[in-house]
Design a protein around this ligand. Structure first.
Ligand code: ADP
Ligand code: MG
Length: 670
């Protein structure tokens, strides 16, 4: 064993830096927190080269005195904590006194600052944490920090950096969250010279939402507010019909700090129970304030995880706030008793958030902290909290975009996917998928504008598409040796019951079977898929992490028929989409692909490809809970009979066999 030695201060700094400074986004976060703690009302963030070549954060806060400039960069140097007692009531965003030291250790820094009311400012440069001399400097009140060449002296860390666009997206997400957390402060983000975000700082949360998350999202919101004693919730939640495919639009803030909290997400989602389509998630921008000593922020170096002293109280306030917002918005029927108890709230006029109805045991059914933990623990199938359970769905309510011919029509939903068209219906012309139809219509319109030859060409093209579909539809025939299994019917709108020729009963999961078929078909396709041209490009606004992970995978998305490009500001623009999707399905599909990539396929290209295949296969599959045409069932049963499908792409069984003997045993006949 070598000798045990104390690390040199420089090495200790480098190691500590790794905890705080992971990527440009973490630098931006720390510098923004300092600006807010300094009482700034306007902050500008500038990024160059994804933040790797330059991050500048300028504020008009209290500034730092010239003689204190070097101190600010010492480890454990802070003006925000004095004694141990202070730790139990942290009111500032920073308190660990290590951000500036950590950032300085891995970059070149220039800081210029002038105290409010100070005669003149001062400037200091640091090279890998080593300060130069403080010099007098003419600058406006406030502080400007320039961080250059991040990680220049830690090549190992540098290797982990993603493309500039992905790093910039992550940093932009931080600015976005910070802007949402402080509507009174105006934030501006410049990326390589171009303005990416600007919030007015007028104190209105909705203005910040509008600027940071976009108009569409802002328009989908209901105001929400409620309190229980010192615990106050205020902000906006989505109308139930505007819920989304992932949790990416759930933004929670606790005492002005952006947090990730399964507890708050569970409380929000519990509020939408029975109001929301399965597999959808509400979005929100909710601010919680509670006494400083009731929340512990010192749980994690990145300070995005918090612990609540009274979890139940926090859960209930969020839950009731959401319920009453939905009820007021006419989104949820108020139970009679609740209506009587609600203090006739009219929100916009109210200065203070309304006091929530007094709780009575069993009146509102909320979860206990234990129940919520159980519910939020990933189940065996690994489904995320609140998503559709893997059991039969209740009778379906028609989805708004279900379109015609979903069931009952020959071909039905399956008809959209040529290679598993009904077997015994003979050659038939399949309806073109919607985007293709739209494309054809657009072509036709264009042709009309261009003259008769072009029109004839377009018509011929359309005919080609039709005959191709017809050809594909009849190429699937049964092997004659085996008599087809008898289909006894469908139960719980999910399982097909069939009987084979050897006296066994088979239960087949419709959705799983179809998903497998799609998955195999997509996987077998060699080369990139041609997307369907959209009439107008579709802009999809995503959550920050989803946006960043998709940016890393744009070429792969392209291969699957999404010609997708970075549209800036958390938005991805699609000019084509895979034939399986309708326009309304593009955003949910991208959200799901992103979620799947974040879960599984972040680094590994093969896993990333499978993540997309999974999502597309699932999107294109008939859903459990929908009645299916008999011919659709036949196609699936035949495939199972031929042993072609056994497990769904996630590894769940597609079919379960019950032998005659097993049945007899159940009935005590054997
Ligand atoms: P912390 O924020 O945890 O105190 P930092 O390393 O981030 O630690 O900052 C060290 C100190 O430098 C702060 O406590 C504060 O006094 C001062 N400081 C940093 N940034 C600013 C700023 N933008 N304006 C005024 N003071 C600042
Ligand atoms: Mg700080």
């Amino acid at each position: 064993m070598p000798l045990i030695q104390t690390l040199s201060p420089h090495l200790a700094d480098l190691i500590a830096a790794g905890e705080v400074v992971e990527r440009p986004a973490s630098v931006v976060k720390e510098l923004l927190e300092n600006a807010i703690d300094a009482g700034a009302s306007a902050v500008i963030v500038e990024l160059r080269g994804g933040g790797m070549s330059l991050i500048r954060v300028s504020d008009n806060g209290c500034g730092i005195a010239p003689e204190e400039l070097p101190t600010a960069f010492l480890r454990h140097a802070t003006s925000k904590l004095r004694a141990e007692e202070d730790l139990s009531a942290i009111g500032t965003l920073g308190f660990r006194g290590e951000a500036l030291a950590a950032i300085a250790a891995v970059s070149h820094i220039e800081i210029a600052s002038r105290r409010r009311g100070g005669e003149t400012g001062a400037r200091l440069c640091l090279n890998a944490g080593v300060p130069g001399a403080v010099e007098e400097y003419g600058c406006p009140e406030g502080t400007a920090i320039f961080v250059r060449d991040l990680f220049f002296n830690t090549p190992a860390r540098m290797k982990f950096m993603k493309k500039d666009s992905a790093e910039a997206a992550a940093a932009a997400a931080v600015v976005q969250q910070t802007a949402l957390s402080h509507p009174r402060i105006s934030f501006k983000l410049l990326r390589d010279g171009a303005e990416q975000l600007y919030t007015p700082g007028d104190g209105k949360l909705l203005s910040a939402i509008y600027a940071a998350l976009g108009r569409d999202f802002a328009l989908s919101l209901l105001e929400a507010a409620g309190r229980d004693g010192p615990v106050v919730a205020e902000g906006y939640v989505t109308k139930s019909l505007q819920c989304r495919g992932t949790r990416s639009m759930q933004h929670f803030f606790v005492n002005g700090r952006y947090v990730k909290s399964p507890l708050l997400a569970a409380a929000l989602e519990e509020g939408y129970k029975n109001q929301m389509m399965k597999g959808k998630f509400p979005g929100c921008v909710l601010h919680l304030s509670l006494p400083l000593n009731e929340v512990d922020v010192n749980v994690h170096p990145a300070k995005t995880v918090v612990k609540f002293l009274r979890e139940r109280a926090v859960f209930d306030v969020v839950y009731h706030t959401v319920r009453s917002a939905l009820e007021r918005g006419g989104e949820a029927p108020a139970p009679d008793r609740a209506r009587n108890m609600l203090p006739g709230v009219s929100l916009p006029a109210a200065e203070k958030p309304p006091v929530l109805p007094e709780k009575k045991e069993g009146f509102y059914r909320t979860m206990t902290a234990g129940e919520f933990r159980a519910a939020s623990a990933p189940s065996a199938g690994g489904r995320p909290l609140g998503s559709a359970p893997a059991r039969p769905a209740p009778p379906p309510s028609p989805a708004p975009d279900a379109g015609a011919g979903r069931s009952g029509t020959p071909g039905g939903d399956l008809g959209r996917f040529c290679d598993i068209a009904p077997v015994d219906s003979g050659p038939m012309v399949l309806p073109l998928p919607v985007p293709a139809r739209r494309y054809a219509m657009a072509q036709e319109a264009e042709a009309k504008a261009n003259g008769p030859e072009k029109a004839a060409e377009a018509a011929a093209q359309e005919r080609d598409m039709d005959t191709e579909a017809g050809r594909l539809s009849c190429q699937e025939t049964l092997t004659p040796e085996e008599a087809p299994w008898r289909i006894a019917g469908e139960v719980l709108r999910t399982y097909i019951v069939a009987e084979d020729n050897e006296g066994n009963v088979w239960l087949i999961d419709k959705h799983a079977a179809h998903e497998r078929i799609n998955f195999d078909r997509l996987k077998a396709m060699a080369g990139p898929v041609m997307g369907q041209q959209l009439l107008a490009p579709e802009a999809v606004a995503l959550g920050p992490r989803e946006y960043a992970v998709l940016l890393e995978r744009l070429p792969l998305l392209n291969e699957f028929g999404f010609s997708a490009e970075d549209f800036g500001n958390g938005t991805i623009l699609c000019r084509t989409c895979p034939a399986e999707l309708e326009v309304s399905g593009i955003a949910p599909a991208l959200e799901e692909i992103a979620a799947e990539l974040l879960r599984t396929g972040r680094a590994d290209p093969k896993a990333a490809r499978d993540a997309i295949l999974h999502t597309m296969a699932c999107k294109a599959a008939i859903k459990a809970g929908m009645t299916s045409d008999e011919k659709e069932l036949r196609v699936l049963v035949d495939k199972v009979q031929r042993g072609e499908i056994q497990f769904c792409p996630h590894g769940r069984p597609v079919r379960v066999k019950l032998s005659g003997y097993e049945l007899e045993k159940m009935f005590k006949r054997a």
